[in-house]
Design a protein around this ligand. Structure first.
Ligand code: ZN
Length: 224
């Protein structure tokens, strides 16, 4: 499927609250706007798996956009210029990596990757990630090897918001883990992101992949 447009993410200039989960997002929150309805946090907007690529490197931006199934333009209101200004793009990590590999010599790409990995690790509460992953493995014994770590890390990233950081997830609530697994399956195992990039709204896209998600979830749960 060809991507027909980019979603938009705004860096809010005042105190914001997510209209879906009700979370107070504070000032300068990253939000998406829904027509006449208000703001959504990136977690509720299903964009929290994307990483920020600041504007500046034209080739890297162009290639990252090309390789990313889903992209969002990040905009910020400029008080002095009285208009929205583009800050960069939200794209998939794999897309940036692929783009970097094209843009840079191998050793330079590796250095950048190391830097990013170090940054990412610093953001993780490793103990929490480990227990989250272990519990996930107990609940979803047929989840492909290594995925529990990826899902746990994503759910626990500080900026990833509510799923992994909520108080219930801290007690390793089954439902919180289930939500994290579902979010991962949607993005990684179905056409969900492609549907979003085609202009489907989240509910329409979720409806389309619902059966597929349920099927995989049941498969991963099955202990036999
Ligand atoms: Zn929210």
């Amino acid at each position: 499927m060809k991507k027909i447009f980019d979603l938009k993410v705004f860096i809010s200039s005042r105190d914001s609250t997510c209209d879906e989960c009700g979370e107070n997002l504070g000032q300068k929150a990253w939000i998406t706007l829904i027509e006449n309805k208000g703001a959504l946090c990136l977690s509720c907007a299903d964009l929290d798996h994307l990483v920020f690529l600041p504007s500046g490197d034209t080739a890297l931006t162009r290639r990252s956009r090309k390789y990313s199934t889903l992209t969002a333009i990040v905009l910020k209101w400029s008080r002095t210029r009285k208009r929205y200004e583009r800050q960069g793009l939200l794209v998939e990590t794999e897309a940036i990596e692929k783009a970097e590999q094209e843009c840079l010599k191998d050793d330079e790409a590796r250095a950048r990757k190391r830097e990013r990995a170090a940054l990412r690790r610093a953001e993780l509460d490793s103990e929490y990630v480990t227990s989250f992953a272990i519990r996930l493995r107990e609940l979803y014994p047929k989840c492909p090897k290594g995925k529990e770590k990826i899902i746990a890390e994503h759910a626990c990233l500080k900026y990833s918001g509510r799923v992994g950081r909520s108080s219930s997830a801290k007690n390793l609530d089954e439902n919180a883990i289930r939500l994290a697994v579902i979010a991962h399956i949607r993005h990684a195992e179905t056409r969900y992101d492609q549907l979003l990039s085609k202009g489907y709204d989240r509910w329409g896209a979720r409806e389309k992949v619902k059966e597929e998600v349920e099927r995989i979830l049941t498969k991963w749960q099955n202990s036999k």
